[in-house]
Design a protein around this ligand. Structure first.
Ligand code: TYM
Length: 328
């Protein structure tokens, strides 16, 4: 069957993938493979903008690759590769930086958030982060980019850069990408307030053991107005209930919805039920991941093969870009 176009997305190897990555992006990575030619990239160079100690970078890159493969990325058809294995992206990043106003980069909410989180490490790479991300996307002539809602400003930025580039150099070489969210574009962390993420350590990792998962679920913040076991709760504002709706059978969701409101079930019981259902849901993922992890050579071969296939596309785009710029 003819594919509808090309999909590209990236994920940083700053640790193992968490439920936010899974529900906000990876589920779409997997689903889109049926209709699109897909390219998925583990963005190790982007990780360097915040990771100072690179001791675990290589291992974390393999961990993310395992997460993606265990979640259902199919490397025989989909290209799965590591960003630094295709260095053409750095060249395109430099070229795109010439059509990028500096003020636009420092105004981005994502940049301001990173500055807030890492005030002692505001490096040049952090400012250029969205330019490198744009280079990732356009290098592969991408039509669709599956991401969580936090990446929306970067996608809008990428579209502007494409327009500026094509206009300035009188070309149509670069394609304006479309963003694609899942139905869960923003998953909250254990605190029930902030976006789930590694930087706030409020995440639940897909590859955690059932025991670790249960422990993390116990830490989840519930309806703050419910102080005592006998107080009725409000599931509509409780993040545990939101997660029940994603991972629990309808009968459990209905039960919690009724019993929480009349204090028939306490928050601890409610969380333990969620932890059980979540662990049950993740069982096949964890089994497949363990099997893949037992074959490290196969994993490396998969990533090398992905890099070769990605590079062939990248080199062709760079030839077109160099021609458009009349680089000698
Ligand atoms: P990263 O590594 O932070 O996250 C990977 C993907 O997971 C999504 N995500 C979430 N979705 C919903 N709720 C959450 N709590 C949550 N946390 C993370 C992110 O939106 C993302 O889709 N800048 C990117 C990496 C990147 C990229 C690219 C993405 C580099 N180049 C080109 C697309 C295209 C990032 O930091 O993702």
């Amino acid at each position: 069957m003819a594919k509808k176009g090309r999909v590209f997305s990236g994920i940083r190897p700053t640790g193992r993938a968490h439920l936010g990555n899974y529900l906000g992006a990876i589920q779409n990575y997997v689903a889109l493979q049926d209709d699109y030619e897909c390219v998925y990239c583990i963005v190790d160079i982007h990780a360097l903008t915040t990771v100072e100690d690179t001791e675990n970078l290589r291992q974390n890159t393999y961990e993310i690759a395992l997460d993606l493969l265990a979640a259902g990325v199919r490397p025989a058809e989909t290209i799965l590769f590591v960003q630094s294995h295709v260095p053409e992206v750095m060249e395109l990043h430099t070229i795109l930086s010439m059509v990028t106003p500096l003020g636009k980069l420092t105004d981005l909410p994502t940049f301001k958030e990173k500055v807030r989180q890492n005030p002692d490490n505001v490096n040049y790479g952090l400012v250029g982060y969205p330019v490198l991300m744009t280079a990732d996307i356009v290098l592969y002539k991408t039509d669709v980019v599956p991401v969580g809602i936090d990446q929306a400003p970067h996608l809008e930025f990428a579209r502007e850069v494409v327009r500026s580039f094509n206009y300035r150099y009188h070309t149509k070489v670069l394609i304006e990408p479309q963003m694609k969210n899942t139905i869960y574009p923003k998953i909250l962390g254990l605190d029930g307030k902030e976006k789930m993420g590694k930087s706030l350590n409020n995440q639940i990792e897909l590859a955690a053991t059932p025991e670790e998962t249960t422990k993390r679920v116990r830490e989840m913040v519930t309806d703050p107005a419910r102080m005592k076991r006998t107080d009725p709760g409000n599931p509509d504002i409780c993040n545990v209930f939101t997660m029940h709706k994603i991972f629990s059978p309808q009968s459990d969701v209905d039960m919690v919805n009724v019993e929480c409101r009349r204090a028939g079930i306490g928050c601890v019981d409610c969380k333990m039920l969620y932890a059980r259902n979540l662990n049950h849901h993740l069982e096949p993922f964890r089994a497949k991941r363990a099997e893949l992890a037992s074959k490290p050579d196969l994993l490396k071969d998969t990533l090398n093969d992905g890099a070769n296939r990605a590079r062939a596309i990248a080199q062709k785009t760079m030839e077109e870009v160099r021609t458009a710029l009349q680089l000698p």
